[in-house]
Design a protein around this ligand. Structure first.
Ligand code: SF4
Length: 259
């Protein structure tokens, strides 16, 4: 499929790598189970779920980089502090890294994230010719994800978040640690599959023609279920609407109190 390149400066850049290898086709049973999980959790968490951000894609990228292993409230505060100090992302490129680090001190690993944010912004400007990712709206999802992931510091979750959560509203499926844990316990992915490689596997279990909203809902309900019920340390299997189809239900159910 030809790749649209709306910006002339980008036409001069090397072409992006083509799509990654497709994930193995899931079995009919797994597809059916993934849909059942989606339907049941959507009934609990009330799909369609409103989008929590309406940021342009470059701003969503910065927000996503800040959010890694960080509570939403802390990364949200850091993003607002950055925005207030640098209304134009180009200003971040001129600022000392120490100032960026001080502004985002509330997130996990600010000393790593500050230089990474600058490096990613620099890479975007070099590759696109401008500090904007709006051109990705014209690209197929997998091509757009591949282009983003070619930038050091951007992984599968971040690339999917930029496309799904931003104003691009593209049909991509992010997988965070909650989503990943619930999918593992349910047997949708093997225990040996890490978060990054789980992206194409979980996406392939869902219908190819699902809209951006449907994929967003799928991510959100699995994430919410991981935060609310299928928690890391003490999953509440006793009140889980998936217990009858979950192979981990008995193994992770809290032990009965001693008589
Ligand atoms: S039954 Fe337990 S382990 Fe399985 S999804 Fe529900 S809370 Fe998680």
């Amino acid at each position: 499929m030809p790749i649209p390149s709306p910006q002339k400066s980008f036409l001069d850049a090397p072409p992006p790598r083509r799509s990654r290898a497709a994930a193995p086709s899931p079995s009919p049973d797994l597809r059916e189970k993934a849909l059942l999980v989606h339907r049941r959790l959507c009934a609990v968490y009330d799909c369609p779920i409103p989008y929590f951000h309406s940021l342009d894609p470059l701003s969503e990228l910065i927000s996503s980089l800040l959010s890694h292993r960080t509570r939403n409230a802390d990364s949200g505060r850091a993003f607002k502090a950055l925005r207030a100090r640098f209304p134009d992302w180009a200003e971040v490129l001129e600022a000392p890294v120490s100032e960026i680090e001080a502004l985002i001190a509330g997130v996990t690993w600010p000393e790593l994230k500050a230089p990474r944010i600058r490096a990613v912004l620099l890479a975007v400007r070099e590759r696109v010719g401008a500090l904007s990712l709006d051109f990705l709206a014209e690209w197929p999802v997998e091509e757009a994800r591949t282009w983003l992931q070619a930038i050091p510091g951007i992984g599968p979750k971040t690339s999917a978040a930029v496309l799904s959560f931003s104003t691009l509203r593209m049909p991509a499926l992010p997988v965070d640690s909650h989503h990943h844990r619930v999918a593992q316990r349910l047997g949708l992915i093997p225990r040996s599959v890490d978060v990054g490689p789980s992206h194409p596997i979980l996406r392939a279990q869902l219908p190819a023609d699902w809209s951006a909203q449907q994929l967003y809902d799928n991510h959100e309900v699995l994430m919410l279920h991981g935060q609310d019920t299928c928690r890391h340390a003490r999953p509440a299997c006793g009140r889980c609407p998936l217990a009858d189809i979950c192979p981990s239900a008995s193994a992770t159910r809290p032990a009965s109190p001693a008589p």
